[in-house]
Design a protein around this ligand. Structure first.
Ligand code: AMP
Length: 274
């Protein structure tokens, strides 16, 4: 892969890159379509990265369907699919990690303590292998996007990072490979995430600025559904990801909710004010 990328760079081609864990859906494809527009060559990776899963999480049962992924990737015009194996990425003796500090500590950093270390390490490795000029990520994983932006700035990585909006199902549920875990009843309960974010946004639009008040309403909606268990519901500064009490300019509402055994995340940016 490194040789291929080096060759493409020598030919003066712009490499656009979309890293994924596969089981592709319309959210992934939207990133690929944009990358197709922005680069001469579109490379994606499909790698379920073990170092970003904690013990007892869903690494083993994470959904996989490489045949279907190849088909979908082909349909959106992907040029190269990079699918390394785990031993290729983490051979015996591997012991180097990339760790971003503050922005990775709140939100998912609390319940998944080594998650972002795994993400930033694998993304660094993928960047070094694929050598992209630009890489595209989804705002669905908002903290991941902020963390990667931080890493790229802090470590002087010569790569443009582009964040794109969350693609949702018709009822508002953010598309996710993990939605495949949900049974019918859980799928219905999962609507409460977006419904609560939407209500939060409405309150903000009506002038409410207290995060306590907005979060109370959000929690009420999610807890109103059976099968839900809130991991966190927070309103944070969109750059530092620190909790805020009163919204001055912009903020991000961030949620992680377990529906049965499935942990889903979602977020919504509040901007502009009234
Ligand atoms: P994943 O395969 O879940 O690691 O996701 C790969 C990339 O797709 C990440 O940059 C995600 O943020 C992005 N992504 C996942 N779901 C969505 C979505 N519903 N809308 C937009 N981007 C998404």
């Amino acid at each position: 892969m490194q040789q291929r990328s080096e060759q493409l760079r020598t030919e003066g081609k712009t490499i656009a890159f979309v890293p994924t864990m596969g089981y592709l859906h319309e959210g992934h494809l939207s990133l690929m379509r944009e990358a197709r527009e922005k680069g001469d060559v579109l490379i994606i990776s499909i790698f379920v990265n073990p170092t970003q899963f904690g013990p007892g999480e869903d690494y083993e049962r994470y959904p996989r369907n490489i045949k279907r992924d190849f088909q979908l990737a082909q349909e959106v015009g992907v040029d190269i699919i990079f699918t390394p194996s785990v031993p290729e990425m983490y051979p015996a003796g591997f012991q180097t990690f990339v760790e971003v500090e503050k922005v990775a500590e709140n939100l998912c950093g609390i319940s998944r303590p080594h998650h972002f270390r795994g993400v930033t390490t694998v993304v660094t490795k993928l960047f070094n292998i694929v050598k992209p000029h630009l890489a595209i990520f989804g705002q669905k994983d908002y903290q991941q996007l902020v963390t990667i932006n931080r890493m790229v700035a802090d470590l002087n990585m010569d790569i443009e990072i582009i964040g794109l909006p969350t693609v949702r199902e018709a009822d508002g549920l953010a598309m996710s490979s993990r939605n495949a875990y949900l049974n019918l009843e859980e799928r219905k309960a999962a609507q409460s995430l977006y419904r609560s974010l939407h209500t939060g946004e409405e309150l903000f639009r009506q002038g409410e600025r207290s995060t306590k008040v907005i979060l109370q309403e959000i929690r009420k909606i999610i807890e109103g559904e059976a099968l839900t268990q809130i991991d966190y519901a927070k309103i944070c500064d969109p750059q530092t990801l620190e909790d805020i009490e009163d919204i001055e300019k912009e903020a991000v509402i961030a949620l992680a909710v377990k529906i049965g055994k499935t942990r889903l995340i979602d977020n919504l940016i509040l901007e502009g004010g009234v």
